[in-house]
Design a protein around this ligand. Sequence first.
Ligand SMILES: *Cc1c(COP(=O)(O)O)cnc(C)c1O
Length: 360
Amino acid sequence: MSRVYNFSAGPAVLPEPVLKELAEEMMDYQGCGMSVMEMSHRSPEFQKIIDEAEQDLRDLMNIPDNYKVLFLQGGASQQFAMIPMNLMKNGVADYIVTGQWAKKAYQEAQKYGKVNKIASSEDKTFSYIPDCSDLDISPDADYVYICENNTIYGTKFKTLPNTKGKTLVADVSSCFLSEPVDVSKYGIIYGGVQKNIGPAGMVIVIIREDLITEDVLPGTPTMLTYKTHADAGSLYNTPNAYCIYVCGKVFKWLKSMGGLEEMKRRNEEKAKILYDFLDESKLFKGTVEPESRSLMNVPFVTGDKELDAKFVKEAKAAGFVNLKGHRTVGGMRASIYNAMPKEGVEALVAFMKKFEEENA
Ligand SMILES: *Cc1c(COP(=O)(O)O)cnc(C)c1O
């Protein structure tokens, strides 16, 4: 068996101890004689899996009792519609557009009401986070929306916007569980799990209870109503059971590693190795303003498209895969999520140094 260092933005690297446990339990989950994939979602065994997953996530993030945790399908993208359908009581929302995913959410919301773009960083190809300390928040906005970590551009909100009392909704797909958060500052925190937690095909929505109502936009499908899933404990219909099980294992792994404080320390340490190198390199340079740099997604370029392509190709041959930048940005991007070990980042930097010398 040989494993590569996988720098994919998502689906992404998972912790090896978790993958090993999954393999061990594949044929016979704890004496059931079957895999979790083959198990009824109404069985006591599965109920225990989902209950423990939720409790471990609550422990990790210190989720207050007045928030529900929902395990839903449709990925993060489905939330782009589900959020306005459920939250737009006045039919108004404010969006901060800091990248492709925020832009998609902003465009989708326009189908459901009046949507204001109150800040954007599109003028400089989304390479920074705008100052959001005193924005023109609409008096009747039902919520203010952000994408907290911009997976494609590699920027991250270091301080949350001042929403002037309005409900904050955040897409945290690519920074989920990378550091501690104060859940009480948000109305909704949600993320697709395939970036930093588990396999693709599920989104976790952490939502304050007062936002879960029957008063949704007319025509909202049952399946797209938060209340449906909240009332049924995420078991209204057959959930992505295997994904919930894998996520649960990752939560236990995170706890065993020391929780989110420790993940933050590790993630800062790993990102520093890469950013320090980019800052001193004569060949490679980061594309993001230093104050807005993400700990999770690190885009960089040589400034020469052919050299970028050569680097990606040689890196792949050396066991560093998925370093090609997003098709809209070009260059390279190293995603260094929780499960990427420090050794992986050190080895990448050593490889980049060698490439730099060879191509000077
Ligand atoms: C990947 C990603 C999405 C889309 O996730 P899907 O599960 O594919 O819908 C949305 N937002 C952010 C920030 C992402 O990184």
